[in-house]
Design a protein around this ligand. Structure first.
Ligand SMILES: [Fe+2]
Length: 348
């Protein structure tokens, strides 16, 4: 199986995974052959790519960090909460249970390197984004060796981090053009609005709502709402800022193309110590694969190869299989390949 961006999909390709709507409805099932019609509909929905099965990737099994069932259930529940945040007692129990289920599945999954790109539609963006930030935060929280209660609170905070957007006009949240100064000011109030709402209505630990308040603070002090810097920002705020940024970067938006995971990771490295906490960036690089399984790479020796393995010790040098002669190379440990570099990602 491998991920193929929407603009590279062709009639006849076989789908490798189900595609769901935010209501949990299966839009297209695994094994379906794509048609031009299907591809056009996916494009209209804002899907930036899908997983396919083909001859070059038939032996590559990509395991998502959490199961499809849990992801579908989580997106559906988050949609319910964001659309009716007044149903307080039901909401907090749902969030806490979701956080526990996400953590439980991640703990049962031995390989917790994130190798999967999430499939989102424009309409569902805020809900699936919240679930993705929760999954990433949970993975990072575990790698930070936080205790289980803290990881639960962090995951709950991630699920609710953008709830403040519910209290602002939809045309600002979804605006494609550049926001005016006034709109920008209003948009930037969403962490505070979310924080105030949760603090007032939910009985949740302080760390949970402080994470919501601080998810747009920057390590160098140029973020919002309070311009806090470094460790003045809570641990939760720093983790959410990093996971939120990564998921935004790799997602297609009406006003921006999706970054490749490798480009998103390069952006994070470039902003290490400015936007992001360097200690967390280090952890992130060990847990999120810049070249997920199934990515086709162009190598500096002229060969094309597909990623078949990743290791957290050196995530930028995966194990690959040559597409022409099927030779397998471990770019981290194979001495003959020390001078060979990855010069690009190829989408076919
Ligand atoms: Fe936000």
């Amino acid at each position: 199986m491998r991920y193929v961006p929407i603009y590279c999909l062709r009639d006849g390709m076989k789908l490798g995974r189900n595609i769901y709507s935010s209501d949990g409805v299966t839009l297209l099932s695994k094994d379906v052959r794509l048609t031009d019609e299907y591809i056009k509909s996916l494009e209209k929905l804002g899907v930036n790519g899908v997983y396919i099965e083909d001859t070059v990737s038939h032996d590559i099994a990509i395991k998502s960090v959490i199961s499809d069932e849990l992801r579908v259930q989580a997106v559906k529940s988050i949609k319910g909460i964001y659309n009716d945040p007044t149903n307080v007692s039901n909401s907090i129990a749902t969030v806490e249970n979701l956080a526990k289920s996400i953590i439980c599945e991640i703990l049962n999954n031995k390989n917790i390197m994130v190798n999967m790109v999430d499939i989102k539609t424009f309409d569902d963006y805020i809900y699936s984004h919240s679930v993705n930030v929760a999954v990433l935060s949970s993975v990072i929280g575990m790698a930070m060796h936080l205790d289980s209660t803290k990881i639960e609170k962090l995951t709950a905070s991630a699920l609710l981090h953008d709830i403040g957007k519910v209290f602002m006009p939809k045309d600002i949240v979804n605006k494609v053009e550049k926001l005016t100064k006034e709109e920008e000011k209003l948009y930037r109030s969403h962490p505070e609005k979310g924080y105030r709402y949760i603090k007032q209505h939910y009985t949740v630990p302080v760390t949970t709502y402080v994470g919501i308040l601080q998810h747009h603070e920057r390590y160098d002090g140029y973020g919002y709402p309070d311009g806090k810097r470094g460790e003045e920002i809570s641990k939760f705020g720093r983790v959410l800022c990093l996971c939120d940024a990564y998921d935004n970067l790799v997602s297609e938006r009406p006003n921006k193309k999706a970054y490749l995971p490798s480009d998103a990771i390069e952006y994070i490295m470039a902003n290490n110590g400015q936007i992001f906490d360097p200690k967390l960036v280090k952890i992130f690089l060990r847990r999120v694969a810049p070249y997920p399984l199934g990515t086709i790479l162009k190598l500096s020796n002229g060969e094309r190869a597909i990623v078949i393995g990743n290791n957290e010790e050196c995530s930028t040098r995966p194990t690959v299989r040559n597409l022409e002669n099927n030779t397998v190379y471990d770019l981290t440990y194979d001495k003959k390949l020390k001078n060979v570099t990855i010069i690009g990602v190829e989408n076919i």
